[in-house]
Structure formats: C-alpha cells, structure tokens
Design a protein. Sequence first.
Length: 129
Amino acid sequence: MAVTTQDLVTRAKSDIREVSPDEAEKRLGKGAVALDVRDDHEVEAGHLPNAVHITRGCLEFQIGDNDATRDPATGIVVYCKAGGRAALAAKTLQDMGYTQVVSIQGGYDGWVQAGKPVSVPGTEADEEE
C-alpha cells in the first residue's frame, strides 16, 4: 500500500511538537529563530518578522549554512502556509539533531488569523527589520 502525503504529515506531527501562535510568539520573543519553509512566491506575500527563509526542498542542504540556524541547540519555530511542510521540516530537523524545534499550529495562516505581526517585503515595516 502506498503512503500518501497526508500519511507522512500525520506521522511527522506525531513526532514533533506543535505550538499555538501565542506560544510561538513567546518563543520568538525569547530568541528563537522563525524559519519559513514556504516557496519564494509565498514569502513575497508576507512572512513573520525577521524570519529566516529556507524552502522545504533545500532545508537539509542549507540549514547549517545560515549563522542563525547553524547550532543544533538553537530554538527554531518553523512554519509554512498551513502546517504540513513545517511538520515535515521539523521532523527532518529533529532527525538532523536539532533539539529545540517546534512548528506553528495552522502555519502562517494560523499566525495571521491570530492577529500576529507580519512583514511584507518592500514595505516600510519590512525595511525596518
């Protein structure tokens, strides 16, 4: 029997910790790094302030190249649009030895729905970061 994408996401979510947007915001306020694993066009529409952007497809190859995410003990709050790619990314990071990784429940959409701050590239708010 073939494994579906949803099966993989469900398995990943059983192995990782998902946190509410409120909890994610608290972690970010204490120095955790926001990691956006969405595609470029999604990030161009808006992202969490100061987020590091590494697409899901490049994660394993680029996570150690970024000063903010090089240390496996770094707190990382990973997100995508709705949570599936972030769950897979969080599981991958755990498999790579990252010990302080969480995923935002509902992803970027959940963050926005909770009224949390966002930055849109090319706007004054984004340039102030």
